[in-house]
Design a protein around this ligand. Structure first.
Ligand code: FEO
Length: 168
């Protein structure tokens, strides 16, 4: 049985993962309409992954005799200044999500819920990976500069999830 506070914060996280998925989906269509095929594929894959994260939380809450609450859809921004700003926003968003996961760990410890504390480690590790892959993209983007965006767009195809709209 989940402690009430753990159930509540996991439901908040369900909403955040759902929003992450919507945000990346919105960025993906924006990039697609700007002609960035590689970037949009990467973002479509990322949107799928966030949905998987949300489902993982939903199933866990229900399995532990909690009640997972499916949130309403919050409209993400539809326009992004440019590719540089968009990826800075992705990184800022992932840092925000990492902070949320840390808060969940803190609540688990306060509530003596060592089962969820152990389970949520998957998300802790996932956030390390996500932040580092976005940082690698930003490094590459800065290295190539705004005159080589076509090359960057080709290059991102070979990065995680870049080539096809699959998720892990
Ligand atoms: Fe599910 Fe990218 O955080």
């Amino acid at each position: 049985m989940l402690p009430k506070k753990v159930e509540e914060i996991l439901n908040v996280q369900i909403e955040k993962e759902d929003y992450s998925s919507q945000l990346y989906l919105s960025m993906a269509t924006w990039a697609e309409n700007k002609g960035f095929e590689g970037v949009s594929n990467w973002l479509y894959s990322q949107a799928e992954e966030e949905r998987i994260h949300m489902l993982k939380l939903v199933k866990y809450v229900n399995e532990r005799d909690g009640v997972a609450v499916i949130p309403g859809i919050k409209k993400p921004p539809a326009d992004f200044q440019d590719i540089f700003v968009a990826f800075d926003q992705v990184l800022a968003h992932e840092k925000y999500i990492s902070g949320s996961i840390n808060e969940i760990v803190a609540v688990c410890i306060a509530e003596n819920d060592y089962t969820t504390q152990s389970w949520i480690q998957w998300f802790v590790n996932e956030q390390i990976e996500e932040e580092s892959s976005v940082k690698a993209i930003i490094d590459k983007l800065n290295l190539l500069g705004k005159n080589n965006l076509y090359m960057f767009d080709r290059d991102i195809m070979s990065m995680r999830g870049g080539g096809t709209a699959t998720s892990e």
